[in-house]
Design a protein around this ligand. Structure first.
Ligand SMILES: Nc1nc2c(c(=O)[nH]1)N[C@H]1C(S)=C(S)[C@@H](COP(=O)(O)O)O[C@H]1N2
Ligand SMILES: [Mo]
Length: 222
């Protein structure tokens, strides 16, 4: 009788764990399948996340959303860092922009995220700042003039074509550096530094690519 009840307990426990795994599995599947990429916006055909070529300096980075923080520091009144939860309450903006890589491919997409100006307001940019340096979790860096960012109302995107940025596209954030070459579009962004070093050169810029990164100018420094 005792043996029977022990066998029953073991069976019940196993069933319970199988159930837990099935439910957990479903949960995970839902995360990736219930978001559907839009392929057209205001009458314009969009590219797809599957059109991007993987060319990252250290491969695709996996960022843990639970521990992620976005740091904004440097020439600011009050350096701050933000969790993904905190970033959810920021203003949002959508932009239809094409990313051009110097390798010769391009993808037009609908980007959605937070204007950098909203982050800057929180930290209070000091008057000496003229440059913004961006740092990513893979050690990649790039920079842009502060004026360009404010004039164009540049955003950091956490969504592409209506879906959460996939890890390969830079989850949780990719800079949408419109009118600049792809190497300015830093992915897996984790730190934004306000600086007065207009000559700062990021990863590709220090290897000879133009520091302005302007699409309508030569891609190599003359
Ligand atoms: N952190 C990081 N960001 C990066 C890169 C990289 O290697 N690491 N490559 C850049 C280059 S050269 C291009 S063209 C774009 C490509 O972005 P995508 O994969 O979203 O198209 O990412 C840019 N951002
Ligand atoms: Mo690129």
């Amino acid at each position: 009788m005792q043996k029977l009840s022990r066998a029953f307990t073991v069976l019940a426990l196993s069933l319970f764990f199988v159930l837990v795994f099935v439910v957990a599995g479903f949960g995970e599947q839902n995360l990736s399948t219930d978001e559907v990429e839009i392929r057209e916006y205001q009458g314009e055909k969009l590219g797809s996340v599957s059109d991007f070529r993987e060319n990252s300096i250290r491969g695709v980075q996996k960022v843990d959303p639970a521990t992620y923080r976005l740091v904004v520091d440097g020439l600011v009144a009050k350096p701050l860092s933000f969790s993904l939860e905190e970033l959810r309450s920021f203003p949002r903006k959508k932009k239809l922009v094409t990313l051009f890589c110097v390798e010769g491919w391009q993808v037009k997409a609908l980007w959605e995220g937070i204007p950098l100006s909203a982050l800057f307001e929180k930290v209070g940019v000091l008057p000496e700042a003229n440059t913004v340096i961006f740092y990513a979790v893979d050690g990649y860096t790039t920079s842009l003039p502060l004026d360009y960012i404010l004039e164009r109302d540049i955003i950091i995107a956490d969504k592409i074509n209506g879906i959460t940025l996939p890890p390969a596209q830079g989850f949780p954030f990719q800079l949408v550096a419109e009118s600049k070459w792809g190497y300015k579009w830093i992915r897996w962004l984790e730190r934004i530094e306000l600086s007065d070093n207009a000559n700062y050169r990021g990863y590709w810029e220090s290897k000879g690519y133009s520091n302005s990164g302007d699409l309508n100018r030569p891609m190599f420094e003359q």
